[in-house]
Design a protein around this ligand. Structure first.
Ligand code: HMG
Ligand code: MG
Length: 296
Protein backbone atom coordinates (compact mmCIF):
# COMPACT_ATOMS: atom_id res chain seq x y z
CA UNK A 1 0.00 0.00 0.00
CA UNK A 2 1.41 3.36 -1.03
CA UNK A 3 0.36 6.64 0.56
CA UNK A 4 0.10 9.70 -1.62
CA UNK A 5 0.36 13.02 0.18
CA UNK A 6 -1.22 15.66 -2.02
CA UNK A 7 0.66 18.92 -1.57
CA UNK A 8 -0.91 20.89 -4.45
CA UNK A 9 -2.96 23.31 -2.34
CA UNK A 10 0.19 24.23 -0.35
CA UNK A 11 3.37 23.67 -2.36
CA UNK A 12 1.48 23.94 -5.64
CA UNK A 13 0.10 27.38 -4.91
CA UNK A 14 2.67 29.02 -2.61
CA UNK A 15 4.84 30.16 -5.49
CA UNK A 16 2.05 31.66 -7.57
CA UNK A 17 1.84 35.44 -7.60
CA UNK A 18 -1.69 35.66 -9.07
CA UNK A 19 -4.05 35.68 -6.05
CA UNK A 20 -6.28 32.61 -6.03
CA UNK A 21 -9.64 33.16 -4.28
CA UNK A 22 -10.14 31.11 -1.11
CA UNK A 23 -13.31 29.71 -2.67
CA UNK A 24 -11.30 28.33 -5.64
CA UNK A 25 -8.83 26.74 -3.23
CA UNK A 26 -11.71 25.18 -1.28
CA UNK A 27 -13.18 23.67 -4.49
CA UNK A 28 -9.71 22.42 -5.45
CA UNK A 29 -9.27 20.61 -2.13
CA UNK A 30 -12.79 19.18 -2.29
CA UNK A 31 -12.23 17.95 -5.84
CA UNK A 32 -9.00 16.24 -4.73
CA UNK A 33 -10.91 14.52 -1.92
CA UNK A 34 -13.60 13.41 -4.36
CA UNK A 35 -10.90 11.98 -6.61
CA UNK A 36 -9.77 9.77 -3.74
CA UNK A 37 -6.87 11.70 -2.24
CA UNK A 38 -7.33 11.93 1.51
CA UNK A 39 -4.01 13.19 2.84
CA UNK A 40 -3.91 16.78 1.71
CA UNK A 41 -1.44 19.46 2.76
CA UNK A 42 -3.96 22.25 2.54
CA UNK A 43 -1.99 25.38 3.37
CA UNK A 44 0.75 26.99 5.50
CA UNK A 45 0.65 29.11 8.64
CA UNK A 46 3.72 31.02 7.50
CA UNK A 47 4.15 34.77 7.45
CA UNK A 48 1.73 36.38 4.97
CA UNK A 49 4.53 38.80 4.13
CA UNK A 50 6.76 35.96 3.04
CA UNK A 51 4.08 33.91 1.25
CA UNK A 52 1.09 36.16 0.46
CA UNK A 53 -0.73 33.45 -1.50
CA UNK A 54 -1.39 31.44 1.68
CA UNK A 55 -2.45 34.35 3.90
CA UNK A 56 -5.97 32.89 3.93
CA UNK A 57 -4.90 29.65 5.71
CA UNK A 58 -7.36 30.03 8.59
CA UNK A 59 -10.26 30.99 6.32
CA UNK A 60 -9.55 28.09 3.98
CA UNK A 61 -9.46 25.49 6.75
CA UNK A 62 -12.64 26.94 8.31
CA UNK A 63 -14.42 26.74 4.96
CA UNK A 64 -13.30 23.13 4.47
CA UNK A 65 -14.59 21.87 7.82
CA UNK A 66 -13.96 18.19 8.57
CA UNK A 67 -15.12 16.05 5.65
CA UNK A 68 -15.20 12.33 6.40
CA UNK A 69 -11.86 10.63 5.85
CA UNK A 70 -9.96 13.86 5.15
CA UNK A 71 -6.56 14.29 6.76
CA UNK A 72 -5.63 17.93 6.27
CA UNK A 73 -2.25 19.24 7.30
CA UNK A 74 -0.53 22.62 7.28
CA UNK A 75 3.03 23.90 7.45
CA UNK A 76 4.07 25.61 10.68
CA UNK A 77 7.37 27.57 10.85
CA UNK A 78 7.32 28.90 14.43
CA UNK A 79 5.26 29.54 17.59
CA UNK A 80 3.11 32.20 15.90
CA UNK A 81 2.27 29.74 13.15
CA UNK A 82 1.49 27.08 15.73
CA UNK A 83 -0.95 29.34 17.55
CA UNK A 84 -2.73 30.04 14.27
CA UNK A 85 -2.75 26.32 13.40
CA UNK A 86 -4.16 25.31 16.78
CA UNK A 87 -6.86 27.99 16.54
CA UNK A 88 -7.84 26.57 13.12
CA UNK A 89 -8.30 23.10 14.60
CA UNK A 90 -6.01 21.39 12.08
CA UNK A 91 -4.83 18.09 13.56
CA UNK A 92 -1.72 17.57 11.45
CA UNK A 93 1.19 19.93 11.12
CA UNK A 94 4.44 19.89 9.21
CA UNK A 95 7.59 21.55 10.47
CA UNK A 96 10.22 22.22 7.85
CA UNK A 97 13.95 22.42 8.04
CA UNK A 98 16.70 21.45 5.59
CA UNK A 99 20.10 19.90 5.21
CA UNK A 100 21.63 23.27 4.34
CA UNK A 101 22.01 26.43 6.44
CA UNK A 102 22.18 28.58 3.33
CA UNK A 103 18.68 27.44 2.36
CA UNK A 104 17.01 27.59 5.79
CA UNK A 105 18.32 31.11 6.35
CA UNK A 106 16.73 32.26 3.08
CA UNK A 107 13.55 30.25 3.64
CA UNK A 108 12.77 30.77 7.31
CA UNK A 109 15.47 33.14 8.56
CA UNK A 110 17.17 30.53 10.77
CA UNK A 111 20.08 28.13 10.57
CA UNK A 112 19.25 24.42 10.59
CA UNK A 113 20.31 24.22 14.25
CA UNK A 114 18.17 27.22 15.24
CA UNK A 115 15.22 25.82 13.28
CA UNK A 116 15.49 22.49 15.11
CA UNK A 117 15.45 24.34 18.45
CA UNK A 118 12.34 26.25 17.34
CA UNK A 119 10.68 23.06 16.11
CA UNK A 120 11.46 21.26 19.38
CA UNK A 121 9.28 23.88 21.10
CA UNK A 122 6.64 23.82 18.37
CA UNK A 123 6.30 20.02 18.42
CA UNK A 124 6.19 19.86 22.24
CA UNK A 125 3.52 22.59 22.40
CA UNK A 126 1.51 20.92 19.63
CA UNK A 127 1.67 17.53 21.36
CA UNK A 128 0.50 19.12 24.63
CA UNK A 129 -2.44 20.82 22.91
CA UNK A 130 -3.27 17.98 20.49
CA UNK A 131 -2.32 14.58 21.95
CA UNK A 132 -4.13 13.03 18.96
CA UNK A 133 -2.15 15.19 16.52
CA UNK A 134 0.31 14.13 13.86
CA UNK A 135 3.57 15.79 12.90
CA UNK A 136 5.62 15.62 9.73
CA UNK A 137 9.18 16.90 9.55
CA UNK A 138 10.51 18.02 6.18
CA UNK A 139 14.19 17.93 5.30
CA UNK A 140 14.57 20.16 2.25
CA UNK A 141 17.64 20.26 0.00
CA UNK A 142 18.21 16.58 0.79
CA UNK A 143 20.25 16.19 -2.41
CA UNK A 144 21.36 19.68 -3.33
CA UNK A 145 21.01 23.24 -2.10
CA UNK A 146 20.44 26.03 -4.63
CA UNK A 147 22.93 28.20 -2.73
CA UNK A 148 25.51 25.75 -1.30
CA UNK A 149 25.58 22.89 -3.82
CA UNK A 150 25.55 19.15 -3.26
CA UNK A 151 24.56 17.71 0.09
CA UNK A 152 26.12 14.56 1.56
CA UNK A 153 23.70 11.84 2.77
CA UNK A 154 25.40 11.88 6.20
CA UNK A 155 24.24 15.48 6.72
CA UNK A 156 20.65 14.48 5.91
CA UNK A 157 20.88 11.54 8.30
CA UNK A 158 22.00 13.93 11.06
CA UNK A 159 18.97 16.19 10.55
CA UNK A 160 16.62 13.16 10.40
CA UNK A 161 18.02 11.91 13.69
CA UNK A 162 17.28 15.25 15.35
CA UNK A 163 13.75 15.28 13.94
CA UNK A 164 13.15 11.79 15.33
CA UNK A 165 14.37 13.05 18.73
CA UNK A 166 11.78 15.84 18.51
CA UNK A 167 9.14 13.15 18.09
CA UNK A 168 7.91 13.63 14.53
CA UNK A 169 5.67 10.90 13.10
CA UNK A 170 7.10 11.06 9.60
CA UNK A 171 10.03 12.54 7.73
CA UNK A 172 9.70 13.77 4.17
CA UNK A 173 12.94 14.22 2.27
CA UNK A 174 12.71 17.05 -0.24
CA UNK A 175 14.46 17.25 -3.57
CA UNK A 176 13.62 20.93 -3.39
CA UNK A 177 15.05 21.98 -6.75
CA UNK A 178 14.43 18.69 -8.55
CA UNK A 179 17.95 17.58 -9.34
CA UNK A 180 18.19 14.01 -8.07
CA UNK A 181 18.56 10.88 -10.19
CA UNK A 182 17.91 7.28 -9.05
CA UNK A 183 21.52 6.53 -8.15
CA UNK A 184 21.44 9.35 -5.60
CA UNK A 185 18.05 8.22 -4.30
CA UNK A 186 19.50 4.75 -3.76
CA UNK A 187 22.45 6.15 -1.80
CA UNK A 188 20.37 8.53 0.31
CA UNK A 189 17.67 5.94 1.05
CA UNK A 190 20.26 3.38 2.15
CA UNK A 191 21.90 5.94 4.43
CA UNK A 192 18.66 7.26 5.94
CA UNK A 193 17.06 3.85 6.49
CA UNK A 194 19.90 3.13 8.93
CA UNK A 195 18.21 5.63 11.28
CA UNK A 196 14.62 6.17 10.10
CA UNK A 197 12.11 3.27 10.04
CA UNK A 198 10.88 2.66 6.48
CA UNK A 199 7.26 3.35 7.47
CA UNK A 200 8.23 6.82 8.67
CA UNK A 201 9.93 7.90 5.46
CA UNK A 202 8.39 9.85 2.59
CA UNK A 203 9.92 11.44 -0.48
CA UNK A 204 9.01 14.85 -1.87
CA UNK A 205 10.34 15.06 -5.40
CA UNK A 206 10.16 18.18 -7.49
CA UNK A 207 10.17 17.31 -11.18
CA UNK A 208 12.22 20.20 -12.54
CA UNK A 209 14.33 17.91 -14.73
CA UNK A 210 11.86 15.07 -15.35
CA UNK A 211 13.51 12.58 -12.98
CA UNK A 212 10.80 12.39 -10.31
CA UNK A 213 9.04 9.23 -11.51
CA UNK A 214 12.34 7.39 -11.94
CA UNK A 215 13.20 8.45 -8.40
CA UNK A 216 9.88 7.11 -7.08
CA UNK A 217 10.55 3.80 -8.83
CA UNK A 218 13.94 3.60 -7.16
CA UNK A 219 12.60 4.49 -3.70
CA UNK A 220 9.82 1.89 -4.05
CA UNK A 221 12.49 -0.75 -4.64
CA UNK A 222 13.91 0.10 -1.23
CA UNK A 223 10.55 -0.20 0.53
CA UNK A 224 9.55 3.46 0.72
CA UNK A 225 5.76 3.71 0.60
CA UNK A 226 4.89 7.42 0.93
CA UNK A 227 5.26 10.01 -1.80
CA UNK A 228 4.28 13.65 -2.06
CA UNK A 229 2.79 14.95 -5.27
CA UNK A 230 0.92 17.95 -6.56
CA UNK A 231 -2.05 17.96 -8.94
CA UNK A 232 -1.10 19.32 -12.38
CA UNK A 233 2.54 19.33 -11.26
CA UNK A 234 2.05 22.78 -9.75
CA UNK A 235 4.67 23.93 -7.31
CA UNK A 236 7.94 25.49 -6.41
CA UNK A 237 9.51 27.25 -3.50
CA UNK A 238 9.73 31.05 -3.46
CA UNK A 239 13.06 30.83 -1.60
CA UNK A 240 14.68 28.15 -3.80
CA UNK A 241 15.61 29.61 -7.18
CA UNK A 242 15.27 26.99 -9.89
CA UNK A 243 12.70 24.87 -8.06
CA UNK A 244 10.30 23.63 -10.72
CA UNK A 245 6.93 22.03 -10.17
CA UNK A 246 6.33 19.05 -7.96
CA UNK A 247 5.97 15.52 -9.19
CA UNK A 248 2.47 15.61 -10.71
CA UNK A 249 -0.10 13.55 -8.85
CA UNK A 250 -1.61 12.42 -12.17
CA UNK A 251 1.76 11.05 -13.29
CA UNK A 252 2.38 9.34 -9.94
CA UNK A 253 -1.07 7.71 -9.85
CA UNK A 254 -0.69 6.47 -13.44
CA UNK A 255 2.77 5.10 -12.77
CA UNK A 256 1.69 3.29 -9.59
CA UNK A 257 -1.46 1.80 -11.12
CA UNK A 258 0.41 0.56 -14.19
CA UNK A 259 3.01 -0.91 -11.86
CA UNK A 260 0.35 -2.94 -10.04
CA UNK A 261 0.15 -0.67 -6.99
CA UNK A 262 -3.49 0.30 -6.38
CA UNK A 263 -4.09 3.92 -5.35
CA UNK A 264 -7.88 4.20 -5.11
CA UNK A 265 -7.66 7.47 -7.06
CA UNK A 266 -10.04 8.23 -9.94
CA UNK A 267 -7.72 9.46 -12.74
CA UNK A 268 -10.38 11.47 -14.56
CA UNK A 269 -11.61 13.24 -11.41
CA UNK A 270 -7.99 13.94 -10.51
CA UNK A 271 -7.17 15.31 -13.95
CA UNK A 272 -10.12 17.71 -13.62
CA UNK A 273 -9.53 18.74 -10.00
CA UNK A 274 -6.99 21.49 -10.72
CA UNK A 275 -8.75 22.98 -13.78
CA UNK A 276 -10.39 25.89 -11.89
CA UNK A 277 -7.03 26.81 -10.33
CA UNK A 278 -5.31 26.57 -13.72
CA UNK A 279 -8.11 28.78 -15.08
CA UNK A 280 -7.33 31.52 -12.53
CA UNK A 281 -3.62 31.21 -13.34
CA UNK A 282 -4.32 31.29 -17.08
CA UNK A 283 -2.49 28.04 -17.57
CA UNK A 284 -3.11 24.80 -19.52
CA UNK A 285 -3.13 21.36 -17.89
CA UNK A 286 0.37 20.88 -16.57
CA UNK A 287 1.24 17.22 -16.36
CA UNK A 288 1.74 14.67 -19.11
CA UNK A 289 -0.86 12.26 -17.75
CA UNK A 290 -3.33 15.07 -17.04
CA UNK A 291 -3.08 16.17 -20.68
CA UNK A 292 -3.44 12.58 -21.90
CA UNK A 293 -6.51 11.93 -19.74
CA UNK A 294 -8.21 15.19 -20.72
CA UNK A 295 -7.16 14.97 -24.37
CA UNK A 296 -5.75 18.47 -23.90
P1 HMG B 1 10.40 36.78 10.19
O1 HMG B 1 9.96 37.98 9.39
O2 HMG B 1 11.85 36.59 10.47
O3 HMG B 1 9.55 36.66 11.55
O4 HMG B 1 9.86 35.49 9.43
P2 HMG B 1 9.61 37.43 12.88
O5 HMG B 1 9.51 36.42 13.96
O6 HMG B 1 10.76 38.41 12.89
O7 HMG B 1 8.24 38.26 12.84
C1 HMG B 1 8.03 39.36 11.93
C2 HMG B 1 6.52 39.60 11.79
O8 HMG B 1 5.90 38.46 11.17
C3 HMG B 1 5.82 39.81 13.12
O9 HMG B 1 4.71 40.65 12.85
C4 HMG B 1 5.29 38.41 13.42
O10 HMG B 1 4.16 38.41 14.26
C5 HMG B 1 4.90 37.93 12.04
P3 HMG B 1 4.78 42.24 13.11
O11 HMG B 1 5.18 42.37 14.54
O12 HMG B 1 5.85 42.73 12.15
O13 HMG B 1 3.41 42.69 12.74
N1 HMG B 1 4.94 36.44 11.96
C6 HMG B 1 3.92 35.69 11.52
N2 HMG B 1 2.70 36.01 11.07
C7 HMG B 1 1.91 34.96 10.73
N3 HMG B 1 2.29 33.67 10.79
C8 HMG B 1 3.50 33.33 11.23
C9 HMG B 1 4.37 34.37 11.61
N4 HMG B 1 5.63 34.38 12.08
C10 HMG B 1 5.97 35.66 12.29
N5 HMG B 1 3.88 32.06 11.29
C11 HMG B 1 9.16 33.22 9.22
C12 HMG B 1 10.12 34.18 9.90
C13 HMG B 1 9.59 31.82 9.56
C14 HMG B 1 7.76 33.48 9.74
C15 HMG B 1 9.19 33.48 7.68
O14 HMG B 1 10.51 33.34 7.24
C16 HMG B 1 8.30 32.55 6.91
O15 HMG B 1 7.09 32.61 7.00
N6 HMG B 1 8.90 31.65 6.06
C17 HMG B 1 8.15 30.66 5.34
C18 HMG B 1 8.69 30.52 3.94
C19 HMG B 1 7.92 29.43 3.22
O16 HMG B 1 6.75 29.22 3.43
N7 HMG B 1 8.63 28.72 2.32
C20 HMG B 1 8.04 27.67 1.54
C21 HMG B 1 7.73 26.44 2.34
S1 HMG B 1 9.10 25.34 2.47
C22 HMG B 1 9.09 24.46 1.00
O17 HMG B 1 8.39 24.81 0.09
C23 HMG B 1 9.91 23.22 0.90
C24 HMG B 1 9.06 21.92 0.98
O18 HMG B 1 8.07 21.91 -0.05
C25 HMG B 1 9.95 20.68 0.83
C26 HMG B 1 10.90 20.74 -0.38
O19 HMG B 1 10.44 20.98 -1.51
O20 HMG B 1 12.09 20.53 -0.14
C27 HMG B 1 8.32 21.82 2.32
MG1 MG C 1 8.41 21.40 -2.10
Amino acid sequence: MVRIVEVGPRDGLQNESVPIPTETKRSFVEALLSAGLFEIEATSFVSPKWVPQLADASELLASLGSPEGARFSALVPNRTGLERALASGVGRIAVFTAASDAFTVKNIGMTVKASLATFAEVVAAFRAARPDGWVRGYVSTAFECPYAGRVEPAVVVGVCTRLLELGVDEISLGDTIGVAAPREVRALTAAVLGSVPTGMLAYHFHDTRGTAIANVAEALEHGVTAFDASAAGLGGCPYAPGAGGNLATEDLVYFLERSGVPTGVDPVALARASLPVLGVLGRSPGSKVQRAVLGA
